[in-house]
Design a protein around this ligand. Sequence first.
Ligand code: F6R
Length: 608
Amino acid sequence: MCGIIAAASNRNVGKLLVQGLHKMEYRGYDSAGIALHQDDGIAHLRTLGKVQLLEEKMISEKPKSKLGIAHTRWATHGEPSETNAHPHKSQDSIYIVHNGIIENYVQLKEDLKQSGYEFLSQTDSELIAHLLDHYINQGQSMVEAMYAAKEKLEGAYAIAAIDIKDNTNLVIARNKSPLLIGIGADEMFAASDPLAIAQQTNDFIFLEDGDVAEISANTYKIFDKSKKEVVREITRINISAEATSKGEYRHYMEKEIYEQPEAVSNTIDGRIGGEDVLDNIFGLGSSDLFSKVRRIQIVACGTSLHAGRVAANWFSSIAELPCQIDYASEYRYRNPHVDEKSLLVTISQSGETADTLAALNYAKEKDYLSTLTICNVPTSSLARESDFSFFTNAGPEIGVASTKAFTTQLAALMLLALSLAKSRNLNPKLRGRVVQALRLLPETIAEALNSKDQMTEIAPDIANKDNALFLGRGIFYPIAKEGALKLKEISYIHAEAYPAGELKHGPLALIDENMPVIALAPESEIAEKLISNLEEVKARGGTLYVCADPSVNMDVKSGKLIHMPECDFFMSPIVYNIPLQILSYEVALLRGTDIDQPRNLAKSVTVE
Ligand code: F6R
């Protein structure tokens, strides 16, 4: 998964291409590069590391150009290095950028070597440049060459290409990797994400799989998979500059944590009324469809999967429906049993996660009643390919570690549990109670954000350790897992989560003074049992940090008891997650890690 951007304009485009790369660094940031068409050839600049380094190189070399392509990389084939950075070239003539994976690259590379092409990088992408060169040398235009290359390529790709002999046009192609055209005034763009060009235009065309397009400053032509010229709809999206900047915060992650009350308001706004959830909020006809649902299947990855694990409890207790959950990367390979009254639900912030998309495509061949996606990006592939879509309206999430996306997914999943219950005529009183609690949720989250001072106090104790253990029971176990994931990914501290009752079955052996234990103790029917589990930790010298209901009182010795705001039990997983996000952030700050762009990760994982 990488980010690509291209521009054809009547003004210089170097600076705006690099600005666009900055906006897409969430897609990968191990190296970056640019190819700019100039009067005397192509300026080809590449750097190992973040886009900032490419920007510095651009400032010192000052290339000027009105046509160019650029790329920010997350390595799949070949280590991060300047040689493996895009754009790749063929014969100093054809330059390409690519996002995705070419699955049959070994064979294609061998064939091209036989034809005399020399490979300079270890990537799968370089062969695309050689393939295009090969067909152009046979007298084909760039568009024809792109179609010929597409016939050879297997896998996922978004490609942009320029030819040294043509200083007016660039050609792009899409198959299973996001790609769009941005229409400006006397200029045109292409990019993996509208964010990259939001400062230049609000008018976008989302290409479909199989499309090839030719773009110049004043015009564009789109051809579909059968090479027929087509007109695709223009979508107007207004992404405000404020939504994509850090504002007064030090990191996007910090900003995204503190904007959660507003984000959740945006998720529930217009979706509940009086004592109940409104009809058809998951799409026209969804309320009727939900009355037929007898089983839920969730597929998702990472944080989004944790949201699904919490929701499985709600589906059972509010909508009285069983729910099966799978890692999207595993689901297809276990030969899942499908009955025709099952609803398939995908959960994803980006809507572009390759494993989740592949799982959806697999599921569409099976006998599901219908498919629904809960996601944050309305223009995403998951949204386009699902029967029903529900948008969390969290606004752009730029920090790689998911925070507001998770919280809003939980709010959306609660609305789903309520909608299913309503369509099935179940538990009206409980629905009324939960709707009321949802209304108060933004306020309760704002109160939970006040735990910042306590988390800042604890952070040094965790920051100087190598490991941490997170404990929760029942619906709080997935929240403990999410807490551990957040700490791992941004502070690089090894963290594990366990259902607290499992401690005595093995992990207790790990407990000593070097193992901080972070536990979640809401008011619940198993609170007493949880407290006994925590006593076991204390007795072995472990330091306890307990987020607890105001009614819970226990001696945590040298640790800390953090009282959470009072809230309805159904909302408590959402509320108790907040201090864990803050804790990870404060620990990572102390450890001086790259919080918004942790090593080896990228926000949108568009490879399987
Ligand atoms: C962790 C995180 C990831 C994502 C996962 C799925 O903080 O963000 O675990 O949740 O890569 O991504 P989406 O939700 O975009 O499908």
